[in-house]
Design a protein around this ligand. Structure first.
Ligand SMILES: *Cc1c(COP(=O)(O)O)cnc(C)c1O
Length: 457
């Protein structure tokens, strides 16, 4: 039996195509609606915010979309990423299961986010964009876009959720080191930010508010700035599929095939990036891998949300999409996994979940950190608090396999490292970490404000 631990690909194995789930998804996509008229959006509306090449990817049904050479050259700074067999964790759990993880934390900014930040900056560059606006919660997305924007000589303006801005000064400094401008949202730079501050000067901000500010800044720039989103949209999930394409080859090197694939979900991009190529194998080649999306109990859009049309942002400026939502006015509790504090979920993931092709489970903050620390002590890597949700469920699967005496092959996405998140770990170590149950009442309240979309949409 091989004792190999790391399964590595060479630069030549770097994927040449992204995989588009729309080609194989048995569920047709619901229309995307204009936030004011509630009518299907036109490419004209989207082109205020995005370059045409990304709009075409957003609606494409081509199975494979070529990765431009300019993007592959930059991917080579950190791709292919390693697939690692968690042998020491298996021993610690005394499980017959085999546990593998794809480690995206080796990217320069520390997560999977550059997989889409780099092509988004590239397509904006060739469209002549000089500046990009975006939001960031925990700072992972802002760091990735700051890095990618700089590579292509595009100015980057980041609206960072105010609590994170103050709790995570090092993330802000990393973005500034790459050359970006970072503002604590709500700011006084936008009408929406000013309107919030007028009522509530100490508003801590949220991802939904920061998205509204970044969208407004681009939409009112007379074409000078475009907007970039780090998750949720089809083109973002598409770019992330390099993760799963590499993992398929690496599982092959390991001589195994996963029974279950696991990823945490905020907007859904790292989960989709790993899981969609395995879903293709399920749909087209008769495999039966279970695909499990893991969310926090504090923002449980798949497991507790309603599947309906809702706004993508708090100010109702972003398009309306059909998704599992907790309501656009719902502000999730301040869990440390800032990247998972979103009221909705990628529409393509929601459709597949609704069709029973993927599973979802919600886990609590405290047990998530129990798993993260157990993982760090066995494998050495401190997981990002977001990724720790996937670690929790991977461990639960391994323990379930042990109880049942099964040899189960488990693969999960370790979407980022937590080296900038040590304040959260300190709270855990000092027994001061808050735990959160389902936010039942706040969600019930937010449900009153869903858009009244005609049933025909
Ligand atoms: C942003 C982020 C997430 C959540 O976003 P998804 O689009 O759901 O992947 C998860 N893990 C890390 C490390 C992140 O930075």
């Amino acid at each position: 039996m091989s004792e190999q631990t790391r399964f590595l690909l060479s630069e030549n194995d770097l994927p040449k195509f992204w995989y588009n789930i729309q080609a194989d998804s048995p569920v047709p996509p619901a229309p995307v609606l204009h936030p004011a008229t509630l009518e299907p959006v036109t490419p004209d509306f989207l082109s205020v915010l995005f370059p045409m090449e990304l709009i075409l990817q957003e609606i494409s049904t081509e199975r494979y979309i070529p990765i431009p050479d300019e993007v592959r050259e930059i991917y080579k700074l950190y791709r292919p990423t390693p697939l690692i067999r968690a042998r020491r964790l298996e021993k610690a759990l005394d499980t017959p299961a085999h546990i593998y993880y794809k480690f995206e934390g080796v990217s320069p900014s520390g997560s999977h986010k550059p997989n889409t930040a780099i092509p988004q900056a590239f397509y904006n560059k060739i469209a002549g964009t000089k500046a990009l606006t975006t939001e960031t919660g925990a700072g992972q997305w802002g760091s990735a876009l700051a890095m990618a924007g700089n590579f292509f000589d595009i100015a980057v303006e980041v609206y960072m959720v105010k609590v994170s801005y103050h709790q995570k000064p090092y993330r802000r400094i990393l973005m500034e080191t790459y050359g970006a401008q970072v503002f604590a949202s709500p700011t006084d730079r936008t009408n929406y930010g000013r309107s919030i501050l007028a009522h509530d000067p100490n508003n801590p901000g949220s991802l939904g508010i920061a998205i509204s500010e970044a969208v407004e800044a681009a939409a009112t720039s007379n074409g000078a700035k475009k907007y970039s989103l780090g998750s949720v949209l089809n083109h973002v999930l598409l770019h992330q599929t390099v993760i799963g394409e590499e993992a398929l080859k690496q599982m092959d090197l390991a001589g195994e095939y996963p029974d279950v694939v696991i990823g945490c979900v905020g907007g859904g991009s790292n989960f989709a990036g790993l899981a969609f190529p395995f879903l293709r194998e399920n749909l087209r080649n008769g495999h039966r891998t279970r695909l499990v999306a893991v969310e926090p109990t504090a923002a449980p859009s798949l497991t507790q949300g309603i599947y309906t049309f809702d706004y993508g942002d708090t100010a109702r400026m972003a398009p309306i999409v059909k998704m599992h939502t907790l309501g656009h006015s719902f502000v999730p509790p301040e869990i440390h996994a800032g990247g998972l504090r979103y009221h909705g979920m990628a529409p393509s993931i929601c459709a597949l979940y609704d069709a029973g092709l993927i599973e979802a489970v919600a886990v609590r903050q405290l047990s998530t950190f129990d798993a993260a620390v157990q993982f760090a002590r066995a494998e050495g890597i401190v997981p990002a608090p977001e990724s720790a949700h996937a670690v929790r469920v991977a461990i639960d699967e391994a323990l379930d396999a042990k109880r049942k005496g099964e040899k189960r092959v488990i693969l999960f996405n370790l979407s980022g490292h937590g080296n900038f998140d040590l304040a959260a770990y300190e709270k855990y170590l000092q027994d001061q970490l808050e735990d959160y149950d389902y936010p039942v009442e706040a969600v019930a309240e937010a449900m009153k404000y869903l858009p009244k979309v005609p049933l025909t949409a």
